[in-house]
Write a protein that binds this ligand. Structure first.
Ligand SMILES: Cc1cc2nc3c(=O)[nH]c(=O)nc-3n(C[C@H](O)[C@H](O)[C@H](O)COP(=O)(O)OP(=O)(O)OC[C@H]3O[C@@H](n4cnc5c(N)ncnc54)[C@H](O)[C@@H]3O)c2cc1C
Length: 442
């Protein structure tokens, strides 16, 4: 590292081509950094179902110039409607009023847009490249055929079961079962409209997310692919064996699980041909996200329940912040504001700035999803009646609430924060307090 010339850009190696890894790759490349992404999968398949892009993620995607492509294939949400599980009675219609849009999209479309943009920018995406081991000091990543990729920075964007996390902590650190599982499915609009049920046709045209809340379970429905497909997620208590991540679901069992729910919902469920069961996992807050020249991002460091639609959104924030901070460091190196002496120490410090910007924020976010679990899954009774009363009278202006879903200042901090502006300030402060003090010795 110390032998690099002044004009050489920092080299970044990203482990994992998920939504977080690719966003980070785009952000780094846009800052002129040299970027390689190592992905274990031999090919990128158009898998998955729907995913929400809440305003905090769309703000970041806008700053990366990706929003027009997203808008092209996504649907913009205007409301979130909550309904009672047994009859579909409307509990509330929360208007979506944020500084940037709230989209829903098919995960395959989202991923393809990010992958194409990364490649257009000159990111090297190496498929079939499983990283076995990394060196936290030298920046070397070892692939299974003993190939070594050397870089200045390694980003562990390797998801829920991150091995980078385990190497960093020096112990096993498996995610924890939450007690819930998800069934995920998509339908064509034609299929659902074919049921010839006015309420279902209305749901298919709804410019918003609809969720049915019931004891220990909930169901979410929204449009994807410009409204041509409808996405459904059903959440219920986990009955998969411990250690099983996904399993082919049984349609009969799924129907039975929701048989006493809103008739409209059970009719929609009857259209599902096959289904996958996903065990939902999360992880306690980590002590650290950074070691040497390595940092974690996304599900590798803060996996969450999907009850706030924030897992990928946080990964997008992380990736963009890392790109911005490393870009600023790179520019300072190129401008000669600092020399490359102790470059590794500087890189660690900048990665710690990223951790400082995001760790507290993402911990609050993960806890918010847990709070929503309680809010969504209440058994019928006193608290549920109070919740429903609250929902019926909420004005969605400035109320505070113990329920994060209803707390307007919580939602503003979560969804309208300008994390890139904050990162920029954090970098400036660091430069003025750390670098200028020791400038003459740099
Ligand atoms: C039911 C459900 C619904 C959800 N809905 C939403 C939603 O609406 N909105 C939202 O924001 N989030 C949602 N999420 C969460 C979201 O899917 C994840 O938080 C997000 O995809 C994590 O992205 P990531 O890039 O961190 O990890 P991943 O997408 O898991 O990517 C990790 C990548 O690393 C690769 N990899 C792993 N190990 C190695 C290795 N050793 N070498 C090389 N490559 C490796 C993997 O193959 C993979 O491609 C949902 C999750 C679930 C389960």
């Amino acid at each position: 590292m110390d032998n690099q010339t002044l004009n050489e850009n920092l080299k970044i190696c990203i482990i994992g081509a998920g939504i977080g890894g690719l966003t980070c790759a785009i952000a780094c490349r846009q800052q002129g950094l040299s970027v390689k992404v190592l992905e274990q999968a031999p090919e990128i398949l158009p898998i998955g179902a729907g995913i929400q892009i809440p305003p905090n993620a769309s703000r970041v995607l806008e700053s990366l110039g990706i929003l027009p492509s997203i808008r092209h294939v996504a649907c913009e949400m205007k409301t979130i409607k909550l309904r009672r599980y047994e009859n579909g009675a409307l509990l509330t219609s929360k208007p979506i009023k944020h500084q940037t849009p709230w989209f829903v999209i098919h995960r395959a479309d989202y991923h393809k847009i990010l992958l194409n943009r990364a490649k257009e920018l000159g990111v090297h995406v190496l498929l079939g490249s499983k990283v076995d081991r990394i060196d936290f000091n030298t920046g070397e990543a070892y692939l299974d055929q003993a190939v070594v990729v050397k870089s200045d920075v390694i980003i562990g964007a390797d998801g829920l079961w991150s091995t980078t996390r385990e190497s960093m902590l020096g112990r096993s650190s498996a995610p924890v079962e939450t007690g819930d599982l998800a069934y995920r499915a998509t339908f064509t609009r034609e299929q659902l409209e074919g049921l010839d049920e006015p309420r279902i046709t209305e749901l298919c045209n709804e410019p918003g997310v609809t969720a049915w809340l019931g004891p220990g379970k909930h169901c979410v429905l929204y449009q994807v692919q410009g409204g041509e497909q409808i996405n459904m997620v059903l959440i219920r208590p986990d009955d998969l064996a411990s250690g099983v991540r996904t399993e082919q679901g049984d349609i009969g069992e799924m129907k039975q699980t929701f048989e006493d729910w809103d008739g409209v919902l059970t009719k929609i469920i009857s259209c599902i041909p096959t289904v996958l069961k996903w065990k939902l996992m999360h992880h306690g807050e980590l002590d650290r996200w950074v070691k040497g020249c390595v940092a974690l991002l996304g599900d590798a460091c803060h996996p969450t329940l999907p009850y706030q639609a924030q897992g990928a959104a946080m990964a997008v924030e992380d990736g963009a912040i890392i790109g911005q901070l490393l870009g600023r460091l790179n520019q300072n190196l190129r401008d000669g504001n600092i020399n490359r002496h102790n470059l590794q120490g500087r890189i660690t410090s900048v990665l710690q700035l990223y951790e400082h910007c995001q760790k507290k924020r993402t911990t609050i976010n993960v806890q918010g999803a847990l709070n929503n679990r309680h809010f969504y899954h209440m058994s019928d009774g006193e608290e549920q009646r109070l919740r429903d009363h609250l929902l019926a009278h909420h004005t969605w202006t400035d109320e505070k609430s113990v329920y994060k879903w209803c707390d307007m200042s919580y939602s503003e901090e979560l969804l309208d924060a300008n994390v890139l502006e904050n990162a920029e300030k954090t970098f400036d402060d660091w430069v003025s307090t750390q670098w200028t003090k020791t400038r003459h010795s740099l």
